[in-house]
Design a protein around this ligand. Structure first.
Ligand SMILES: Cc1cc2nc3c(=O)[nH]c(=O)nc-3n(C[C@H](O)[C@H](O)[C@H](O)COP(=O)(O)OP(=O)(O)OC[C@H]3O[C@@H](n4cnc5c(N)ncnc54)[C@H](O)[C@@H]3O)c2cc1C
Length: 514
C-alpha cells in the first residue's frame, strides 16, 4: 500500500492512540469472516477485498467524526461494526481500501432516566449489558432477539429492526428508539427528533421537517451514516435480579414469570390459539418455536441436534407463551386462568412432561438469549422466506419453503417449519424459515444460495405476498429485486444514498451500489 497507507495509519493513530488501530494480518482476517453464504463463497474464491486495510476502535463521537473526515481525504471506505455477527455479510468489505470501525469501546450507558423510562446508550452496548443495568432498577428494554445477547442493541436494530421474542407485548426494537445521534459521511454530527431543537430535550422522535429518524434508523446497514448514541424507551421489569444458572443449560425463569409449552395437532387450532391469546391481551411472549430451533438450542452437540431432529422428538407445532406479573402476582394467576381456557378451547396440549424440562434453555434465552449461536455450528442461518400476514400463514410459508427444499439436495434441518413471532398483540406475525449449510463445502453453499435467491424471487414477484423484508440491504440483491418491488424502488434508494453519502464512503455495496 506504500506511503499512502503509512501516512493514513499515522493519522488514525494520532486520533485514537497507537494501540487502537491495527493492520496486523491476523486481526484483519478476523474482520473478514462471516458465515453468510455470499461471504463464504467469496472466501472459497479467495477474494482479497474481504479484508479491511485497517481496523480502528474509537471511543467518542468526535473521534468518529475525525476518522470519517480522514477516510474521505484518503479516499477510503468506512464500515461501522457492532459485534459483526449479522451472518449476512453486512460488515465484510466489498471494495479494497476499507477501514473497519469497531464500536466495542463505545460501550457506555450514558444515562438511565428512571422517571421517564429511557436510556441513552452508545453503539457498543449489548442487550445483556443494558438489561443487567436496567433490571437492577426495575426496568428493561423489553426484549431480545433470538440472537446472542452480546449483540449490540443499536446495530441489531439497525440491521434487522430488533425482532424480539417478546414482540407480542413490546413489538420490535425499532419501536423503542426515541432519538439518534450520529456522524454523517461529511463528518457532521446530526441529531434526530426533539433533540435537534435547542432546549426541547431528548424525548420525542419527530423533529422539524421530514422524519429523519425513520430514514436513518434501519435498513441502511451502516451505509448512510454512523450512529454514535441512541435514546431508547424502557419498560417495567417484573423479574427482579437476574437468576443464577447453577446447572448449565438449566437456567431458572426470572421471578414473576411463567412459561407454557402448548402443542397443536392442527394448524387451524394453532391459529385460533394465536388469535385468542393476542386478542385477550395476555402474555409478553408468544412464539412458534420450531423443531429446528428447539433441537439446536437445547442440544450440546451437532450429533445430538441431528438425532433429536431426525427422531422427531420436538413437536412441529409447539408454541411457547410467557406470562409476566408486571402489576402483581394476581395478574399472573388471572392470565394463567385465561390462558388455560384458551388452551382447552383450541384443542391445545399443555406439555408439562420431560419435554418441558428439556426446553428449559428457553427460561433464559427468551429474555437474554445465549444458546442460539449453536445454530451457527452448521454454517449459518439463512432466511428463505418471510411473510407478514395476520397470523394464519404458517402452513402456507412452510409448504412454499418445502417446495424449494425438496427440489434440491439439502441438510435435514432445512426441512423446518417457520419460526413465528407474533407481533403487536396479534396485529401481524412474522414467519421465518432458514437454510443451513456446511461452510467447508462450496457446492452445498452454492446450492443454498440458489435456493434462497429463488425463494426471494418468488416472494417478491408473488402478488399475494405482503412482505418486503430482508431483501434489500445487500447488493446485488437490491438492484436485482428493486424493479420487482416497485417501479424504480432501487433508483429511489440510490437517490437517498446520493443525498447522504455522495462519495460512497459509508459501507459501499450495502443498501445500494451507486
Ligand atoms: C443465531 C442468530 C440468531 C438471530 N436471530 C435474530 C432474531 O431473532 N431477530 C433479529 O432481529 N435478529 C436476529 N439475528 C440477527 C442479528 O441479531 C443482527 O444481525 C445484529 O445486527 C447482530 O448484531 P451486531 O452487533 O453483530 O451487528 P453488526 O453485524 O456488527 O452490524 C449490523 C449492521 O449494522 C451496521 N452498524 C453497526 N454499528 C453501526 C453504527 N454505530 N452506525 C451505523 N451502522 C452500524 C453495520 O455496518 C452492519 O451493516 C440473529 C443472528 C444470529 C447470529
Amino acid at each position: 500500500m506504500g506511503d499512502d497507507h503509512s501516512s493514513l495509519l499515522r493519522n488514525l493513530q494520532s486520533i485514537v492512540g497507537e494501540e487502537w488501530v491495527s493492520d496486523d494480518q491476523a486481526i484483519l482476517e478476523s474482520y473478514g469472516k462471516d458465515p453468510g453464504f455470499n461471504t463464504v463463497l467469496r472466501k472459497h474464491q479467495k477474494d482479497p477485498n474481504m479484508l479491511p486495510e485497517l481496523v480502528i476502535l474509537p471511543e467518542t463521537t468526535e473521534q468518529i467524526q475525525s476518522i470519517i473526515k480522514i477516510a474521505k481525504d484518503y479516499r477510503r471506505c468506512v464500515i461501522p461494526i457492532g459485534t459483526g455477527n449479522n451472518q449476512t455479510g453486512f460488515c465484510i468489505p466489498i471494495r479494497p481500501k476499507t477501514i473497519s470501525v469497531d464500536t466495542k469501546r463505545m460501550n457506555r450507558i450514558l444515562k438511565i432516566d428512571e422517571v421517564n423510562m429511557t436510556a441513552i446508550i452508545q453503539p457498543g452496548v449489548s442487550y445483556a449489558r443494558l438489561q443487567q443495568e436496567t433490571m437492577k432498577k426495575g426496568l428493561w428494554n423489553g426484549g431480545t432477539p433470538l440472537a446472542p445477547s452480546n449483540h449490540h442493541l443499536i446495530s441489531q436494530i439497525h440491521a434487522f429492526y430488533g425482532l424480539w421474542q417478546s414482540a407480542l407485548k413490546y413489538s420490535m426494537g425499532i419501536r423503542a428508539l426515541v432519538n439518534l445521534k450520529g456522524v454523517t459521511s461529511e463528518g457532521d454530527i446530526l441529531e434526530t427528533g426533539s433533540a435537534c431543537l435547542p432546549r426541547a430535550g431528548n424525548f420525542w422522535w419527530y423533529g422539524p421537517g421530514p422524519d429523519l429518524k425513520g430514514l436513518l434508523e434501519s435498513t441502511t446497514t451502516g451505509s448512510i451514516w454512523f450512529i454514535t448514541e441512541a435514546t431508547l424507551k424502557l419498560f417495567p421489569w417484573a423479574g427482579g435480579d437476574w437468576p443464577n444458572e447453577e446447572v448449565i443449560d438449566r437456567p431458572p425463569l426470572p421471578a414473576n414469570h411463567r412459561i407454557y409449552f402448548v402443542e397443536f395437532r392442527k394448524w387451524e387450532d394453532m391459529y385460533q390459539f394465536f388469535y385468542e391469546v393476542s386478542h385477550n391481551a395476555i402474555g409478553s411472549h408468544m412464539n412458534l418455536c420450531n423443531d429446528t430451533f428447539n433441537s439446536f438450542n437445547t442440544q450440546p452437540t451437532i450429533e445430538e441436534t441431528e438425532r433429536k431432529f431426525k427422531e422427531g422428538y420436538f413437536p412441529k407445532l409447539l408454541v411457547y407463551v410467557i406470562l409476566a406479573g408486571v402489576s402483581s402476582t394476581k395478574q399472573l394467576e388471572f392470565e394463567e386462568r385465561v390462558l388455560m381456557d384458551i388452551v382447552r378451547d383450541t384443542n391445545g396440549i399443555l406439555r408439562t412432561d420431560e419435554l418441558k424440562e428439556v426446553l428449559s434453555t428457553w427460561h433464559g434465552d427468551a429474555f437474554r438469549s445465549a444458546t442460539s449461536m449453536r445454530m451457527g455450528r452448521r454454517g449459518s442461518y439463512h432466511l428463505v422466506k418471510m411473510s407478514e400476514l395476520p397470523l394464519n400463514c404458517v402452513e402456507e410459508v412452510y409448504k412454499d419453503h418445502m417446495s424449494l427444499v425438496e427440489g434440491t439436495e439439502h441438510y435435514m434441518t432445512d426441512e423446518e417449519i417457520p419460526w413465528v413471532y407474533i407481533h403487536d398483540r396479534g396485529y401481524w406475525s412474522l414467519n421465518e424459515t432458514d437454510s443451513y449449510f456446511d461452510q467447508n463445502d462450496p457446492k452445498e453453499c452454492e446450492r443454498t444460495m440458489k435456493r434462497v435467491t429463488t425463494g426471494l424471487f418468488r416472494m417478491v414477484t408473488d402478488e399475494n405476498n405482503r412482505t418486503g423484508w430482508y431483501i434489500c440491504g445487500l447488493e446485488p440483491l437490491t438492484t436485482l429485486y428493486g424493479p420487482k418491488i416497485g417501479p424504480n424502488f432501487h433508483l429511489l434508494l440510490k437517490k437517498i444514498k446520493m443525498v447522504f453519502d455522495p462519495t460512497d464512503t459509508m459501507n459501499p455495496g450495502k443498501l445500494i451500489n451507486i
